[in-house]
Write a protein that binds this ligand. Sequence first.
Ligand code: PLP
Length: 381
Amino acid sequence: MPLFPVYSRFNFTPVRGSGSYLYDADDRAYLDLYGGHAVISIGHNHPHFQQKLRSQINHLTYYSTSVQIPLQKELAEKLATQSGLAEHQLFLCNSGAEAVENALKIASFYQGRREVIAFRRSFHGRTSAAVNITDKEAIKAPLNKSFPVSFYSFEDLAAIQKQLAQRKTAAVIIEGIQGWAGIYAPQAGFLQQLQVLCRKYDTLLLLDEIQSGYGRTGNFFAFQNAGIEPDLVTMAKGMGNGFPLAGVLIHPKIKAKPGMLGTTFGGNHLACTAGLAVLEVIEKENLLQQAKQNGKYWQEQLQAIPGIAKVRGQGLMIGIEMDFPIAKLRKQLLEEYHILTGSALNPNVLRLLPPLNLSTEAIDYFNQSLQQVLLHQTTYA
Ligand SMILES: Cc1ncc(COP(=O)(O)O)c(C=O)c1O
């Protein structure tokens, strides 16, 4: 049976992972600076993660939400202390797009409205509502376009206010930092103004932290730089370190009704165990601080490398923009230097989303390798 060929893949087959490294069948090490789309937060096969999952497998792997699952409460309690949103409620699901679908649904239920404001270059997932609020027509099927969505540029507050004043908008959704597009961060002042407008016109502010959250920027969530408190926050990726786990944080003013949301697999025993292991490691190893410090060091070093047009990002969410498309450069980094990196919608941007406990030695190795490659950059022109 052929696989439905929707992905473009590197000719590379990892068989084992450890920390920031992947290994092929010949046990050759590859430095993973992409974390499989920002998913590997605490490193591949972290011993604490492995031990907790093994132990849970020996007890119970799954049962549905028709029974008590104390692990869900344990996860919610840990999130309350670590996320900075102690009063918010938690709904658990399985993937980023599913978290976005549920967050939009909550906003629409709460407001009784069906219009959404999103932003240019946004990416929120590929399921029905999530792809409708993603700024890329080519990946939307006709049935996805089932509710009105308007896309604005960052800072376009006048136009946003005009639309909000009509009081038909259920939610304004914005990524903490736009990842897929090529690492573009909204200004703190803009997020603050957006919150003011949302409150003024009774619209929910929804922060998509699926890529930028869980410590990636050095804060638990990227929006915390702006000191705002969103009504809804979506999380996934780093939350389970590779185990499918996602969630929505929901403001206490929003009350649940039985059956309003639901999922068969969401918050199962193994998923919650993975989620708990991640939070325990983030706390114990002080990974937020490490991401902040190493990200700062990395960006300073990158700024000094000749041939780089721009460096953007926060913590360990970094975009390196070149004056040329980076496809060949990525291939060369993988094949000659054994370094995995990411691409973006902007073809000139190399995207770095490594594990949060990446060492400075690994950062230095990447910088030296990139410098070597850029010495020969005429071949890319
Ligand atoms: C900001 C953002 N939202 C939503 C998603 C969708 O997540 P998933 O692929 O888990 O459905 C992604 C995935 O890249 C993302 O970066």
